[in-house]
Design a protein around this ligand. Structure first.
Ligand code: G6P
Length: 478
């Protein structure tokens, strides 16, 4: 569907590292696009359709220049990345410098000047793509750690734009952020936005402290004002806007008889154990998968859980597979999986079903329904939407959420069984508590969390962020 919008006339523009579409082959063999599932695009769809909306992002392949195209009321503007960009900007600076630094240096971040140079180049390419399509006074919403320089780049070129930024991952404490050789440039990049949103109050406070300490901005409360000689004039406000999910869609799918039947099949396929536990993560070292498996293995060893009665399904979807730390993690996890299953499985029972795949939404909901307990044991996690989806699939009040204190979700899902994943003994006790929790206790906790998600879904999240962005007094003069 084409809407005949002249190129430079989009009033609402989302910029993210990835476009919200996957390549598919149509039934006639021609290439096409399918909307990838994801909260962000669902949340923004109404705004995209009602104003003239564009989405600027990478299409997922390297060395390929693609023309802009329209898909489901969204004008898609693909940004090309070369093999070198993939290595330096994506795998390097984004995922081997920023990702570990922002997740509390769970693994040591690497600092390389060649990566930084390419990060700047690629950020400028994203900013240029926005400038090509932005109408006068357009609103531009920039997303996540891959694009932190884009707000300032846009502001310098076009002071008329209203610019928001949302950081989907944590923002580290000053003492850790201080390591970054380019800390000032990153902070100034972000401060080009009128509003910078974070998952938690703590992230927002860390950002404000870093601005005060490492830039010439003067900071008052949540607002930072540039020095009068500085090239940018806008005041930058920081605020917490915890992201959520499409609660009603997940709840509706959980009522679908076909999906409910599939959940039964999943349990039957595991030999109908008394208790099914579930972990769903990208295979990432921030997710605490090794800590979880350690606790689970010990619970089987010391017979707190009986091998014939319990099964853990661990979905670990492939992620960033060329990055060394992810290769190492996969080897470590797969060794542990082999040790647990080798020791505890029998010909008729498996204690652990490890799945290195990703699954469509309907299959995920069936797994949520099949699981008595969900284990979220991240060492650090911006939000963790899997925890929210599990709750939204349990409107019936059954099921127990075991949730790491180190997730953004723990600030909101306070009726979960909260755990410190570094404390293996403590986590083991909490897992046993979850497995043996009386139905009435389960229902009381689950219903409260479900209500919270009904009142705080992803559409509300984007509305609140954009309302705050538009309420900010916005100087147009350069
Ligand atoms: C996290 C990040 C996103 C990223 C996603 C998947 O959720 O916040 O920005 O898109 O992981 O990672 P990938 O590297 O495959 O895009």
């Amino acid at each position: 569907m084409s809407r005949e919008v002249p190129d430079a006339n989009y009033e609402f523009i989302v910029v993210a590292n990835r476009l919200p579409v996957d390549r598919v082959t149509n039934s006639d063999g021609s290439p096409g696009w399918r909307r990838s599932p994801g909260g962000l695009v669902t949340a923004l769809e109404p705004i995209m359709a009602s104003s003239t909306g564009a989405w600027v992002g990478w299409h997922g392949a390297t060395n390929e220049h693609l023309e802009a195209f329209d898909k489901d009321d969204i004008h898609m503007v693909p940004v090309a990345l070369s093999d070198e960009d993939l290595e330096l900007y994506y795998e390097g600076f984004s995922n081997s410098t920023l990702w570990p630094l922002y997740h509390d240096v769970i693994v040591p971040p690497e600092y390389h000047r060649t990566w930084w140079d390419n990060y700047k180049t690629v950020n400028q390419r994203f900013a240029d793509a926005v400038l090509e399509v932005a109408a006068p006074n357009a609103t531009v919403w920039v997303h996540d750690y891959q694009l932190q320089l884009v707000p300032k780049m846009l502001r310098l070129a076009r002071p008329d734009l209203r610019i928001g930024f949302f950081n989907h991952i944590p923002f580290p404490a000053t003492g850790l952020f201080a390591q970054l050789p380019w800390r000032k440039q990153i902070l100034e990049g972000l401060a080009g936005a009128d509003l910078v949103g974070f998952q938690r109050e703590a992230d927002s406070a860390n950002f404000v402290r870093c601005l005060r300490r490492y830039t010439d901005y003067s900071v008052k409360g949540h607002e930072a004002t540039p020095d009068e000689n500085y090239a940018l004039k806008n005041v930058c406000r920081a605020a917490a806007h915890p992201i959520s999910i499409n609660t009603s869609q997940v709840a509706e799918l959980s009522r679908d008889p076909e999906i409910q039947e599939r959940a039964k099949q999943i349990r039957a396929g595991l030999g109908n154990p008394k208790t099914v536990m579930l972990g769903v993560d990208r295979l990432d070292y921030t997710k605490g998968i090794r800590h979880r498996l350690k606790a689970y293995g010990e619970l089987l060893n010391d017979k707190s859980l009986q091998a014939g009665e319990v099964c853990l399904i661990q979905v670990a979807s492939p992620s960033r597979e060329n990055v060394e730390r992810y290769i190492q993690l996969r080897n470590q996890v797969e060794l542990m999986v082999g040790q647990i299953t080798g020791q505890h499985d029998t010909l008729s029972h498996t204690t652990l079903r490890y799945l290195h795949h990703s699954y469509p939404m309907r299959e995920m909901i069936a797994m949520y329904l099949a699981a008595d307990v969900l284990l979220v044991t991240s060492l650090r996690d911006g939000m963790n939407l899997v925890a929210k989806e599990y709750v939204a699939a349990h409107e019936n009040g059954q099921g127990v959420l075991v949730l790491s204190e180190f997730t953004g979700a723990a600030d909101q899902l306070t009726q979960a069984v909260l755990v410190n994943p570094h404390d293996i003994d403590g986590m083991k006790q909490k897992i046993v508590q979850a497995v043996t929790m009386p139905a009435a206790d389960q229902a009381r906790r689950m219903r409260r969390m479900f209500r919270h998600l009904q009142e705080n879904d992803v559409v509300g999240w984007s509305q609140r962020f954009l309302e705050e962005l538009s309420s900010i007094n916005h100087p147009v003069s350069p």
